[in-house]
Design a protein around this ligand. Sequence first.
Ligand code: BGC
Length: 330
Amino acid sequence: MLTVGVDLGGTNLRAAVVDPVSGQVRAEVRTPTRAEEGPPAVIARMADLIARAIARAGATPEMVAAIGIGVPGVYDPASGVVRFLPNLPTTWPDVPLGAEIVRRLGRPTVLINDARAFCLAEATFGAGRGARTVVGLTLGTGIGGGVVIEGRLHLGIDHTAGEVGHQIIDFNGPVCGCGSRGCLEAHASGPALAALGMKAVRQGRTTRLRDLVAGDLNRLTPEVIVQAAEEGDAVAREILEEVGFYLGIGVANLITLFSPEVVVLGGGMAGAGEWLFRPLRTTVQQRVRVTPLARVRIVTAALGDRAGVVGAARWAWQQITERTAEGGQT
Ligand code: BGC
């Protein structure tokens, strides 16, 4: 059986044809999302991309049992209507994404949150394989997550369980994209990290950050801050330490709540590696007092940037097999 997994990212759109039982990717294609063009243009591009992935796998749409689309936010699982994507232009209110893909490709289509898809893939085929409880976090423009218990995602009402980036770690903290205050995402996402770099430069602190972006602070990214840290820049190191601490608080809360055997960290910012993970682990050691930490592993993702598409494909497969078992329509 083949399923298609799609990842709607702020920067890239990806689609892959996946064997959902083994997790093996048969073909994968990607293209820039160009989210600023708005939902209809992005959906048309997504449909073309899915068709290209199917053709590249040497398959036909009829051979695809289902399509799973990972979206970076909130949607109505029953109707496939997107409600709120906090980090995409327009935030996509009331966009009938699922129905549009069905109309264009004629295959059963389900939505899943992007980070929940990541977590499902890592728990099933990646770094969390074999563990009973896995918590996953994706660190990027947004901070997402998921909880997998005994091989199944814990989803809550309308799949909103696992919004780890919107746990409040500082109740009077900065305003978050979701409208609340002091969320982990407002303190420790890629843009939050870059903003700390900008602030340091504007405060006139002694740092190489300004030179590394030739004076254009809009080009300050997490990667540039990591580069500066590697070159010995004390300010960059201090900023990474601060963000690693915030992430550690977030992860400490999750460990205390779920007592997982494995916490998987992924997403673009995980590329910062030990610059973030050392302060993260130190904070967890200091702040988690009741969970037996010796039995909790905090690890980086194993499936690379494919986890999102593999997880979305696996989710579609789980949905299809369950509906079939219940005797319903696929
Ligand atoms: C959203 C999550 C999403 C994450 C990563 C967050 O702001 O609330 O739903 O998974 O960003 O894209």
